[in-house]
Design a protein around this ligand. Structure first.
Ligand SMILES: CC(=O)N[C@H]1[C@@H](OP(=O)(O)OP(=O)(O)OC[C@H]2O[C@@H](n3ccc(=O)[nH]c3=O)[C@H](O)[C@@H]2O)O[C@H](CO)[C@@H](O)[C@@H]1O
Ligand SMILES: C=C(OP(=O)(O)O)C(=O)O
Length: 419
């Protein structure tokens, strides 16, 4: 298994171009299941999760062609409606095929995704909302059997909890339902807005895009479209912290500051400068020490759970203490013991972590069990004295396109070592 080796202590200076968002590209790819016409997506990042979704769609009979950052997906009539365990278990976003398959074909059999390192992550909200639209749902042998032979029927759905995936699944299902569906207490992450805008290009009728209440008037059929995937706000935030933690200056080209407002506010409180540039924004910290700032994760526009581990790395070297509270996932502090191996002082109590800043971290052999925890160790390694080796690089390959190249181009001493 490959490893990442970092020799820390170098400032990062330069420019990083932000890739398309994994968490937008994945649902957009499943939207191809809604129409027999080609859906052309551009700015699609090259990531393990995108290949996994491609393989799952091919198993469902979808034509998949990739040329550079452009992916063309064509889902002819008569494709399969079964998503097998082997691919679904690799990536939870696979459950997003359920809504589109059911809406288009009236039937779907999709493996339950199961839990993962960061939490149990049930899909009950997806299933009960589809039931409210008239679907019959049965669970058997680890599979969801869903059917709606006469089609899904629009209704008012009030999500008891904000869920990105459930909002996406229902948005796609409602696009082809009979009548009007209202999704109240919907998630409003930029990836949902991106999906909604693509669906509108495909002929869907959606009002309230960008808000927590979406009104979808079902149509008889959708057509093909071309859509550019929104820039990745989590990749953006990760490299913003890379600049901050190393005391450097990095311009994030293509990044959307309006998608990372809560992070930018936190960085400003921590004494990191964020300034707009014509094509993105620049993050600068020079001679001052980072100041400890409390952070609590929340649905968008609050501070994203997918940036919590990276922010914790920054806070480990802050002046003073920071309380980091995780409200979205019940087990998302796996980076804490690994950061402690690098000299960080962190105490976890239930869903909060008290981080007492130290002067410096020291390099170590580390590994993590999920994507953002892994990248938080890379960030810590960039700031640490000496050598850090991050194992289990396959987690990073799920979500960071050309990670080592992007960081090395700004002066980081980082390389991938084949095992
Ligand atoms: C591919 C993708 O876009 N993944 C993102 C998506 O995951 P995902 O869509 O899985 O996350 P959700 O927003 O659904 O999860 C939020 C919370 O709701 C719970 N829940 C969710 C669904 C459900 O049916 N029942 C239930 O209890 C989850 O366990 C979690 O505690 O949003 C998360 C929250 O921003 C991000 O961390 C993930 O990176
Ligand atoms: C948790 C994440 O992804 P997924 O929902 O695919 O596990 C993530 O992108 O940080």
């Amino acid at each position: 298994m490959d490893k990442i080796r970092i020799r820390g202590g170098r400032q990062l200076d330069g420019v990083i171009r932000i890739s398309g968002a994994k968490n937008a590209a994945l649902p957009l790819m499943t939207a191809a299941l809604l129409t027999p016409d080609p859906l052309v997506l551009t700015n699609v990042p090259e990531l393990a999760d995108i290949s996994t979704m491609g393989k799952l769609l091919v198993e469902l009979g979808v034509g998949f062609e990739r040329i550079d950052d452009k992916v063309t997906l064509t889902a002819p009539d008569g494709g399969s409606t079964t998503a097998d365990y082997d691919l679904v278990r690799k990536m939870r976003a696979s459950v997003l095929v359920l809504g589109p398959l059911l809406a288009r074909h009236g039937v779907a059999k999709v493996s339950l995704p199961g839990g993962c390192a960061i939490g149990a992550r049930p899909v009950d909200l997806h299933l009960s909302a589809l039931e409210a639209m008239g679907a019959e749902i049965k669970l058997d042998g680890g599979y969801v059997y869903a059917s709606a032979p006469k089609g899904l029927i629009g209704t008012r759905i009030v999500f008891p909890k904000v869920s990105v995936g459930a909002t996406e699944n229902l948005l796609m299902a409602a696009a082809l339902a009979k009548g009007t569906t209202v999704l109240a207490n919907a998630a409003r992450e930029p990836e949902i807005t991106d999906l909604a805008e693509c669906l509108v290009k495909m002929g869907a009728r959606i009002e309230g895009i960008g808000s927590d209440s979406l009104t979808i008037t079902g149509v008889d059929g959708l057509h093909g479209a071309t859509h550019a995937v929104v820039p990745d706000r989590i990749e953006t935030g990760t490299y913003a912290i890379a600049a901050a933690i190393t005391g450097g200056s990095v311009e994030l080209k293509g990044a959307r500051l309006d998608h990372v407002q809560s992070l930018a506010q936190t960085l400003a409180k921590a004494r990191v400068d964020v300034t707009l540039t014509p094509d993105g924004f620049r993050v600068v910290r020079r001679n001052n020490r980072i100041r400890g700032v409390d952070v609590m994760t929340e649905p968008f526009p609050g501070f994203p759970t997918d940036m919590q581990a990276q922010m914790m790395s920054l806070m480990t070297v802050a002046e003073g203490a920071a309380m980091i509270t995780e409200t979205i996932f019940e087990n998302r502090f796996m980076h804490v013991p690994e950061l402690a191996r690098m000299g960080a002082d962190v105490t976890v109590h239930h869903s909060s972590a008290l981080v007492r800043g130290v002067e410096t971290l020291r390099g170590a052999q580390v590994m993590a069990t999920d994507l953002r925890a892994s990248v938080s160790l890379v960030l810590a390694g960039l700031a640490a004295e000496g050598e850090t080796v991050v194992n289990r690089v396959y987690h990073l390959d799920r979500g960071y396109e050309k990670l080592e190249q992007k960081l090395a181009a700004c002066g980081a001493d980082i390389e991938r070592v084949a095992a």
